[in-house]
Design a protein around this ligand. Structure first.
Ligand SMILES: *[C@@H]1O[C@H](CO)[C@@H](O)[C@H](O)[C@H]1NC(C)=O
Ligand SMILES: *[C@@H]1O[C@H](CO)[C@@H](O)[C@H](O)[C@H]1NC(C)=O
Length: 292
């Protein structure tokens, strides 16, 4: 008799051979894939974005992921002053959202790896675009106080949380500023972003979520976010306050340009870390005034 588990594992390993990574949560767009059926092994959202026109890369429209919202009433909850956790993985099948989580591990690919994994030629399984945890570029969540995804623009989508040295393990936690105001009744739109630091095609990741702020106590709105700039080793040059997500290596609407080598001697690669003025954790400087 053929083992069903064996078939699933074989399918998973086939589908994940070149898998990239995304942040999985029931509040995400594209959790079921784009076939119109529920795909327990969905992985459309992990596809990287590289040299695409704005209409294609924005909110992962290139494979229509932005047209598959979460179920009505399902949100990624952002507790003001608290934190929330998502699962970074290459395939829904390697998260707790499928198969009762039986194919999960501590890692984004459901496999076992040493905590101090370090491959100087770059880790490709899981496809983390890094040599080790120290080199992992950082990832971020941004929020727009628009309820309709079609009203979200680079100018109203502000980074509110950053986690340095990710993606790394599957479970990844982000901190929410205490002063985050509540969303409109129909919720907000959030996005997860990652710009890897070399180790493969210098691409970009952006994926939409429906989100809402819980336990909000302040009503002070966010400032209009400004484009980040490269400021490695020169903190005075960093953009302070609310910042846009990093839009890089696309055909249109990039919001950052870099050239030459960074302090490490490698080509500059903008990322959600101190090199572009992003602090680790909650971005507490993104509001237009004191809490009210
Ligand atoms: C991480 O990788 C970088 C680049 O290969 C290397 O310089 C550094 O020593 C590594 N760090 C650890 C902790 O393995
Ligand atoms: C809600 O916020 C208050 C402070 O404003 C805090 O004491 C409480 O722990 C928070 N509750 C949750 C569920 O985060």
């Amino acid at each position: 008799m053929i083992s069903l588990g064996g078939i699933l594992i074989a399918l998973l390993s086939l589908r994940s051979a070149n898998a990239h990574l995304a942040a999985w949560h029931t509040g995400m767009y594209c959790m079921d894939g784009t076939s119109g059926q529920v795909d327990q092994n969905a992985n459309e959202i992990v596809n990287p974005l590289y040299q695409l026109p704005f209409s294609q890369w924005w909110m992962h429209h290139n494979n229509l992921c932005d047209e598959f919202p979460p179920a009505p009433g399902v949100f990624l909850d952002l507790p003001a002053g608290g934190s929330f956790t998502v699962e970074i993985a290459g395939n829904r099948g390697q998260t707790t959202l499928s198969f009762n989580g039986q194919f999960t591990s501590e890692w984004p690919d459901g496999q076992q790896h040493p905590d101090d994994m370090n491959i100087p030629t770059c880790i490709v399984q899981p496809n983390m675009h890094t040599q080790n945890q120290t080199m992992a570029a950082g990832t971020a969540f941004a929020i727009s106080y628009q309820s309709d995804i079609s009203n979200v623009t680079p100018e109203n989508l502000a980074v509110f949380s950053v986690r340095y040295h990710t993606p790394w393990k599957r479970l990844t936690t982000y901190d929410v500023p205490a002063a985050m105001p509540a969303c409109p009744p129909a919720g907000c739109i959030c996005a997860w972003g990652w710009v890897p630091n070399g180790c493969g095609e210098p691409n970009m990741y952006m994926q939409p979520f429906k989100c809402r702020v819980t336990n909000a106590s302040s009503r002070t709105p966010l400032s209009a976010p400004r484009a980040p700039v490269w400021c490695e080793g020169n903190p005075d040059a960093c953009v302070s306050g609310a910042k846009q997500m990093i839009y890089w290596n696309q055909l249109e609407r990039n919001n950052i340009q870099v050239s030459g080598l960074g302090l490490s001697g490698h080509p500059k690669s903008p990322a959600y870390n101190q090199k572009c003025g992003f602090a680790d954790g909650a971005q507490n400087d993104i509001f237009s005034g004191p809490p009210s």
